[in-house]
Design a protein around this ligand. Structure first.
Ligand code: M6R
Length: 606
């Protein structure tokens, strides 16, 4: 989603602004721009598309200002054109913005009635006019901004600079994250610490409702009520090296291949392998007394949660309520006393997931989160944090974060099962051993990667693809379909295998590949029956299974052979073939694998 950077420096900052924006590229964007204060007036350069277009613009028309802001835009209001790209400005003020100003319609109407003329289709432009309007009435830059912020509704982060103010930048956070970086006589601002890593590791995160006045000598922070507040300064661990692709063609490929290692790290954080026991941090709630676990997340993280539901219900015998965060937040379900609310998020910043977290807190639930970014808002607002140790995930399509989320949920299941007496010590030992084997099995699977290329060439010809699965393989079918559609743009849907005959079977013909995710577990024969139904209608079946192809009892277009593993751990393993199929299909089709069209890595708007 949009990325914000700002610098009060000692020399021309445009180059550093672009470098910082490059570190936010992974979030997804479709245009970019920078503005600086130049001899007292504001100047900007903007470009549609990738940062190289903005760099070319800056090369031809350089900016010299020492105070500046920059932005990568992921379009919400208005098409991704240069005219709608940030910064937005007039002769007094220049603004970059992440998020949505929900009441922009009414504000714009009132401003137009006062004679303001709008140049863009964005919601952001109202901020420029509101501040200018207050300054016109005689307010200075800080007071004009304070008044403007009070009139805005929505979730947003803003960075603002002013004509005639070479040593002033104002930052505001209401729903979208913002980090202040402290340099030596220089100050920085970024959507996250990764953007600022080459300049400083001294970071202050603004809290909800905070706004800050930055000058080269430091920052003064105010809370929502306008009271001056102190916020802690932390040492960021974000590396100054731009995370690179190593020998891989795409970040997604690198991240798929990192899975054996990062799953090992994650499991090692929760398992005592010497004792074959799980060792979870205290969640602050008596596991035996938990009446319900409510899971909420979006996209791939939601599918991880869905696997968690199967596990928690089966092994820990706890009722689990799960919903997509954007639905959960407005459904406002009643939640029982002694409930554990669990949030899953790679970024820890997903707006809908954060909103459900706050709802569950208001309902007196114990709040735990499975997050990859420990400094994120979701982590900071949780009672307990169960980190995934996946490392930075740059590819928009989530891969290693998903399998690390599954790893944490598997360990949580064992911990709760043991505490509730639903699994014995012997079972715990067996399941811990099974989990410990996962990285090795995934490493073996990855050695077989070339075989996916041929399959992918065939998939690339399809217009529609169906994925089927049962039990804990059903979320894998959903995840497989999501992976394929988001990076190859082929229409794909995941279904519970048993649901096929209630509608989707009408889609089956000889042009539709059907990918069946079916480990040879206690549901395998049921899935086989559904596969026969597909075969009888001419569907082209690709079976992903540890069962011999002979067991299929029908013609298969392909068989992806999986190792025999404990059924408990199969979701972790079966994630890999669906990732590889999607990846190679997208590579064959020549799409932008790491930054697919229209998608953002960190979804900070609802
Ligand atoms: O950062 P989060 O895990 O909260 O993100 C949730 C989804 O936006 C994310 O999983 C999305 O669905 C990915 N593009 C899937 O590959």
């Amino acid at each position: 989603m949009c990325g914000i950077v700002g610098i009060l420096g000692h020399k021309a900052v445009a180059g550093d602004l672009v470098d910082a924006l490059r570190r936010l590229e992974y979030r997804g964007y479709d245009s970019a721009g920078v503005a600086t204060v130049e001899n007292g007036h504001l100047e900007r350069r903007r470009a549609e598309g990738k940062l190289k277009n903005l760099e070319a613009r800056l090369h031809n028309e350089p900016l010299q200002g020492r105070a500046g802001i920059g932005h990568t835009r992921w379009a919400t209001h208005g098409r991704p054109t240069e005219n709608n790209a940030h910064p937005h400005m007039n002769e007094r003020v220049s603004v970059v913005h992440n998020g949505i100003i929900e009441n922009f319609g009414e504000l714009k109407k009132a401003l137009i009635a006062k004679g303001h003329r709008f140049e863009t289709d964005t919601d952001t432009e109202v901020v420029v006019h509101l501040i200018a309007d207050e300054m016109q009435k005689g307010c200075d830059a800080i007071e004009a901004t304070r008044r403007t912020l009070a009139s805005l509704r929505g979730a947003f982060a803003l960075a603002i600079i002013f004509a005639g103010e070479d040593d002033l930048m104002i930052a505001a956070r209401q729903g979208s994250p913002l980090a202040i970086g402290h340099g030596k006589g220089e100050m920085y601002l970024g959507s996250d610490a990764i953007a600022l890593a080459p300049f400083t590791d001294e970071i202050t995160y603004l809290e909800e409702g905070d706004w800050a006045v930055l000058r080269r000598k430091g920052a003064i922070i105010f809370d929502r009520s306008g009271k001056q507040v102190e916020r802690v300064r932390t040492k960021s661990v974000a590396t100054s090296l731009l995370v690179d692709k190593g020998n891989h063609r795409h970040f997604m490929a690198k991240e798929i291949h990192e899975q054996p290692e990062v799953i090992s790290h994650t499991l090692a954080n929760y398992l005592d392998l010497a004792e074959a026991r799980v060792s979870m941090p205290d969640l602050g709630i008596d596991p035996a007394g938990i009446r319900q676990v409510s899971i909420s997340a979006c996209g791939t993280a939601y599918y991880a949660g869905l696997v968690g539901k199967y596990w928690l219900e089966r092994y820990a015998r706890i009722p689990v309520e799960i919903d997509i965060a954007s639905e959960f937040r407005y459904r406002e379900p009643p939640l029982p006393a002694n409930g554990l609310a669990l949030f899953i998020s790679q970024s820890g910043e997903t707006a809908d997931t954060l909103a459900t977290l706050r709802y569950c807190k208001s309902q007196k639930q114990r709040v735990a989160s499975v997050v990859n970014v420990r400094t994120s808002t979701i982590a900071r607002e949780s009672d307990a944090v169960l980190p995934t140790l996946a490392g930075p995930e740059i590819g928009v399509a989530s891969t290693k974060a998903f399998t690390c989320q599954l790893s944490v949920l598997a360990c949580l299941t064992l911990a709760l099962g043991r505490a509730r007496g639903t699994i014995s010590s012997a079972q715990e030992e067996e399941l811990v051993h099974a989990l410990a084997e996962v990285p090795r099995h995934i490493a073996t699977l990855l050695r077989n990667e070339p075989s996916y290329e041929k399959l992918a060439h065939d998939l690339a010809k399809a217009k529609d693809v169906l994925y089927l699965g049962r039990g804990s393989s059903y979320p894998l079918a959903l995840e497989g379909a999501l992976k394929l559609k988001e990076i190859s743009y082929i229409h794909a849907e995941g279904y519970a295998a048993g649901e096929l005959k209630h509608g989707p079977i009408a889609l089956i013909d000889e042009n539709v590949p059907v990918i069946v995710v079916a480990p040879e577990d206690d549901l395998f024969e049921k899935t086989l029956s559904n596969m026969q139904e597909v075969a009888a209608r001419g569907g082209r079946i690709i079976l992903v299974s540890d069962a011999s192809p002979d067991r299929a009892g029908c013609e298969l277009e392909a068989h992806v052979a999986m190792p025999k593993v404990h059924p408990f751990t199969s979701p972790l393993l079966y994630a890999v073939p669906v990732q590889l199929l999607a990846y190679h299909t997208a590579v064959f089709m020549g799409t932008d694998v790491d930054q697919p069209r229209n998608l953002a890595k960190s979804v900070t708007v609802e």
